[in-house]
Structure formats: C-alpha cells, structure tokens
Design a protein. Structure first.
Length: 64
C-alpha cells in the first residue's frame, strides 16, 4: 500500500510504500520498527510525526 504524508514543516509530500499487514499492526500499537522494519528511520519518522528527514535534521541533528 502507498501512504502519502505531507511534512508539517516544509509542506513537501512524500509517498511511502508499506506492507499492509505491518502498517495495520503499527496502527494497532506495535512499535513501528517492529511492524515496518523494512522502512528507513526517515520514513518511519515521517509516518509518526509527519516530519521529513531534512526538517528533522534541521531541528534535532548535529547541525540544528
């Protein structure tokens, strides 16, 4: 399944392809890294907080 998510900071839309079963497991409360281990940390963060990797790095990275 494809999930479209818009970053709440920069407004850029990203589409992430996820495993249906894993996605629903995450929605039911399984930790995202356990339910969707094939996703990158940036993709997981985008699903969780609607913050893209670039914006996350600006806010919390070593340079931010």
């Amino acid at each position: 399944m494809k999930i479209s998510v818009i970053c709440v900071f920069c407004g850029i839309e990203s589409t992430i392809e996820v495993d249906d079963y894993g996605y629903y497991r995450w929605l039911e409360g399984v930790h995202i890294q356990d339910a969707l281990p094939q996703l990158t940390s940036d993709q997981r963060e985008l699903l969780i907080s609607h913050t893209c990797g670039k914006c996350y790095d600006k806010m919390f990275g070593e340079d931010g």
